[in-house]
Structures are given as C-alpha cells and as structure tokens.
Design a protein around this ligand. Structure first.
Ligand code: ATP
Ligand code: MN
Length: 251
C-alpha cells in the first residue's frame, strides 16, 4: 500500500545517504543491506541520530562514534556478517546455556554474538564492573556508551603510561573478581581490552565472555589472570598470575 511504499522510499534514501558518507565508502564487508536496515531501525527507535567516524576497524567488527536520538555521544559496534573467526565464535557460544540450540550458519552465529555482547555488558554493569553502558542492539549492530568524548575516544591501556600501576592493578583485579562472582569470565582480558579515560578504567569487548559453566571457562580465567598480572607487573606493580587467580576464585 501507499504507506509501505513511502517507507520503502525513505529507507532507500537513508541507505543511500549512509552509503555516501565518507567513512563508509571504503568499507565493503560490514555493511550489507540488512545492516543498513538495522541502523535505520535504530534511528527510527531513537537510539541513533547520526553515524560518525570510525574509532576502530577490525576483522570482526568496526566501532564508530555516533550520536543518539538526542544528539548525545554514543559508540556503535557493527559486527561483520562475514566475520573471519565465526567458527571460533560458535565454539564460545555452544558451551553457553543462554545460546542453546543455536543454528550453525554464519549469520545466526554473528547475530547471537552481538546479543551476547549486549547481555554480557548488562551483566557486567549489574555486577559493578565499569563497562560501556549497553543502550540498544539490533541484528549485528550494538549501541553503547562512548567512553571518552566526540573526537577524543578513550585510549587502550596498552597505549598509555599507567600513572599508578599498583592502584590500576587493584581496580582491574576487583573487576575480574566481580565478573567472576556474577558468573562470567571475560575471556579476552588484557591491556588491549581495557580503556582509560580521565583516570577511569573501563573494561570493553565482552562479546566472547562466557559463563562459568562453559567448558573452557577455567582456562580462559587463567589466561585472563596471566595477561592482566603480567601486564601490570611489567608496569611495576606487585602482581602475580597465580595470586590473581586465587584472589578471584576465593574472595
Ligand atoms: P579489535 O580486534 O581491534 O580489538 P574488537 O572487535 O576486539 O576489535 P573492541 O575491542 O570492542 O572490538 O573495540 C575496538 C576498539 O574500539 C577498542 O580497542 C577501543 O579503542 C574502541 N572502543 C570500543 N568500544 C568503545 C567505547 N564504548 N567507547 C570508546 N571506544 C571504544
Ligand atoms: Mn578488542
């Protein structure tokens, strides 16, 4: 009918405008038609106003600055449907009771992965871990709080000089413990997935985080503890992987 045709036309115009935006011209994989539709839906629902420039372009996802419906800063993570490591993603999802009976194809895996990151962010936040606040999820697109400001996104811990490594270590140690208490293991925790802005440490990239029931959760926790303790020890903190593991498990 007429309304449907009108909506089709509006969507076509929206997609064309988005496609013509400079930052998307170079990108092939991330933005299939269904991704444009997902962004359009987020705009219609008031979660997004405009897409900004890329903060990061990776193999699995791109992260962009964006504005929400009211002009506030947000970050938007767009997963590629053709993610290079979707087989590994499936292994992480399969042991997770929240994603039982998952279809095995690429698209289903990546969409579940996006929802998993969203719900992991919620769970981490509830557990008292400082993460970007999850705002909306639609298909392979996740909208969250921007850590930092427009044009000045937070830096990775790996890219800064840590002012007080002992204090920073103790903060991250507490995050790992709280996450574990809430039944989650980050699974890719290191100085590359903690950002810092105005002295505040924020854990990011929780898509691969698994529940403690996952068959690999113990190994992943051990690796997280090793990465974190070794990094802070290099910065001069009194940190040891085994002590950290014990602290997380037994406090
Ligand atoms: P990579 O493989 O490059 O690490 P990724 O798929 O693991 O990418 P993330 O780690 O979640 O994705 O995000 C990539 C980068 O984008 C981060 O290292 C960080 O610099 C930036 N970033 C992600 N989320 C946010 C956010 N909410 N606010 C500010 N910057 C962010
Ligand atoms: Mn990352």
């Amino acid at each position: 009918d007429r309304i449907a045709r009108e909506q089709d036309r509006e969507f076509a115009e929206f997609r064309k405008r988005l496609k013509d935006t400079e930052q998307f011209k170079l990108d092939d994989g991330a933005f299939d038609d269904a991704t444009y539709a997902a962004i359009y839906k987020l705009v219609q629902d008031g979660h997004l106003g405009a897409m900004g420039g890329p903060i990061s372009t990776g193999k699995e996802a791109n992260v962009y600055e964006a504005l929400d419906g009211e002009g506030g800063d947000v970050a938007t993570k767009v997963y590629r449907i053709n993610a290079s490591n979707f087989k590994q993603m499936r292994d992480y999802l399969e042991g997770d009771p929240r994603f039982e009976g998952l279809r095995g194809d690429k698209k289903a895996v990546v969409l579940s992965w996006t929802r998993k990151e969203f719900s992991n962010l919620q769970r981490a936040k509830t557990a008292g871990v400082r993460v970007p606040e999850p705002l909306a999820v639609q298909r392979n697109v996740l909208v969250m709080e921007l850590i930092g400001r427009e044009g000045d996104a937070a830096s990775k811990l790996s890219d800064v000089t840590v002012e007080n490594p002992q204090m920073a270590y103790e903060v991250v140690r507490e995050y790992v413990r709280r996450l574990y208490d809430a039944g989650l293991v980050h699974g890719d925790l290191s100085e590359y997935n903690v950002v810092v802005y105005e002295g505040e440490l924020v854990v990011i990239d929780v898509g691969q985080a698994v529940t403690v029931h996952h068959p690999s959760s113990a190994d992943l926790l051990e690796r997280d503890c090793r990465n974190v303790a070794n990094f802070f020890a290099r910065q001069g903190a009194d940190a040891d992987p085994d002590d950290l593991l014990t602290y997380v498990r037994e406090h």
